[in-house]
Design a protein around this ligand. Structure first.
Ligand code: BES
Ligand code: MN
Ligand code: ZN
Length: 478
């Protein structure tokens, strides 16, 4: 999708549509400026009121005017961020098979929403039809913003986020028979081939992990025919600064292992690698935008399967950190692959570390599918993430990781168990990770509720790529 800014409201060109957001309270005045020949008469006939999400398509008013698509804002001064997502979907859905290019007049929309709306349009234009033998054609290729409060720099940044987020969504949507740990490693290598001057990729196989002592990680991958991988991506390694390290949970399919999950909805556990896919998407967006910041991505990729070689409940392993874990539930596998990876990345001397994981069903129960769970003992880091979430409209909500919860992880036989009992499941999972992240500034994002949607709209969202890109961009500016 090409994004640009135009100073021409109308363009007589085949395949170009003019889209105008209209304010219910300014409807009359706005219509005067549009290429409608007799606005009063038209209003009378059409009964168009510009209510929220009320759309109207006008094809060829006269020979000189382009096709016009009106999109009602309702009362523009009362518009809210989440409503813009709905409007973006309406526009894309109505026009992506009709128009090659749209010119979008944003003048009726309060300025503080222009950036968010442009981003929302790129997100709404995503589709995944790789496995449909009959592909629905999308011809929309270009959006030109008219009367917008947007700079070309902002549009370039949105385009980079768009590419990264689409990459994350495509990876997330791949089924488990295609996307397994080696597949994710391969994706990282292909990305590095595309940007050889910016990216360096290192891959650990199971032999490397065994030599290092990453036994918690291996306890997850040992049940699968598909070998696990830790994939490291170093972006602009030549910069003289400590890196921001992003660690992603890449469980390419989570059956639960011997503590097997119920059948209903288990297909959704193909999305259990969305943390790793987010890290890959952020790295791609960084390459596209060439942001001047040093970032290391680490993907913890494994498949969680039951088999004769699988970990049994009650097994005890020694992690790379030296701490021992009694694996009471093999379905709490995310924290096991993450804890060893979080210890491993210490060698990159991180400025700070953020892990991104579809970690707990409890987080979905607590926060639903609107905000991601944020856990950090570091107030500055937590606040920076909250702010970046607001700016990108990819929001997070902070939950505690205080010491008081730690005793829930006590084990009579090992340093800790891998589950914390019935209460506060998202918190005890974060507390488990906290025991492995004492050496650096750290935050954890539980994206179990936000990484994908269910039902008719089932599919990966590409969140929190926009949040993390905003967070990184903010660090470059200050
Ligand atoms: N991948 C799941 C978390 C998950 C569940 C994400 C449902 C999205 C929807 C994770 O590995 C898991 O199974 N967690 C368990 C932990 C429990 C055994 C302590 C859970 O949440 O039930
Ligand atoms: Mn699990
Ligand atoms: Zn999982």
């Amino acid at each position: 999708m090409k994004l640009n800014i135009t100073s021409h409201a109308f363009e007589k060109q085949n395949g170009t549509f003019h889209v105008s957001l209209v304010d219910e309270e300014q409807l009359q005045q706005q219509l005067q400026t549009l290429a409608i020949t007799q606005p009063d008469q038209w209003l009378e006939l059409s009964q168009y009121k510009a209510k929220f999400d009320e759309t109207q398509l006008l094809i060829q008013q006269s020979n000189h005017a382009p096709a016009l698509f009106l999109v009602g804002l309702g009362k523009a001064r009362a518009i809210a961020g989440h409503k813009l997502i709905k409007l973006a979907h309406s526009i894309i859905k109505s026009l992506q098979n009709k128009a090659e290019k749209i010119i979008l007049d944003l003048s009726a929309l309060p300025q503080q929403f222009h950036y968010h709306f442009a981003l929302a349009l790129t997100q709404a234009s995503y589709s995944f039809n790789q496995y449909k033998s009959k592909k629905t054609e999308t011809i929309l290729q270009e959006i030109s913003f008219f009367a917008s409060h947007l700079s070309t720099t902002q549009l370039a940044f949105i385009a980079a986020i768009h590419k990264g987020q689409n990459f994350t969504r495509d990876l997330g949507n791949q089924p488990g028979n295609i996307c397994f740990p080696e597949y994710l490693a391969e994706q990282a290598l292909v990305l590095a081939q595309e940007f050889p001057d910016l990216l360096k990729v290192t891959i650990l196989d199971e032999k490397d992990m065994a030599e290092l002592g990453m036994n918690a990680f291996l306890a997850v991958s040992q049940g699968s025919e598909r070998p696990g991988r830790v994939v490291i991506l170093e972006y602009s390694a030549q910069l003289e600064q400590k890196p921001v390290v992003l660690v992603g949970k890449g469980v390419t399919f989570d059956t639960g292992g011997i503590s097997i999950k119920p059948a209903a909805g288990m297909d959704e556990m193909k999305f259990d690698m969305c943390g790793a896919a987010t890290v890959l998407g952020v790295i791609r967006a960084l390459c596209e935008s060439r942001l001047a910041i040093k970032v290391v991505g680490a993907l913890a990729c494994a498949e969680n399967m039951p088999s004769g070689k699988a970990t049994r409940p009650g097994d005890i392993v020694t992690t790379l950190s030296g701490q021992t874990v009694e694996i009471l539930n093999t379905d709490a596998e995310g924290r096991l692959v993450l804890c060893d990876t979080l210890t491993y990345i210490q060698r990159y001397d991180p400025e700070l570390v953020i892990d991104i994981a579809t970690l707990t069903g409890a987080c979905v129960v607590a926060l639903g599918q609107v905000v991601s769970g944020l856990f950090s003992a570091d107030n500055t880091l937590a606040n920076d993430l909250i702010e970046a979430g607001e700016q990108s409209f990819d929001r997070v909500w902070r939950l505690p990781v205080m010491e008081d919860y730690q005793e829930l992880l006590d084990s009579p036989v090992a340093d800790m168990g891998n589950i914390g009992g019935r209460f506060g499941g998202a918190i005890t999972a974060a507390c488990f990770l906290h025991r492995f992240t004492q050496e650096y500034r750290w935050a954890h994002l539980d994206i179990a509720g936000t990484a994908w949607l269910q039902g008719a709209q089932k599919g990966a969202t590409g969140r929190p790529v926009p949040l993390l890109m905003q967070f990184l961009a903010n660090r470059v500016q200050d």
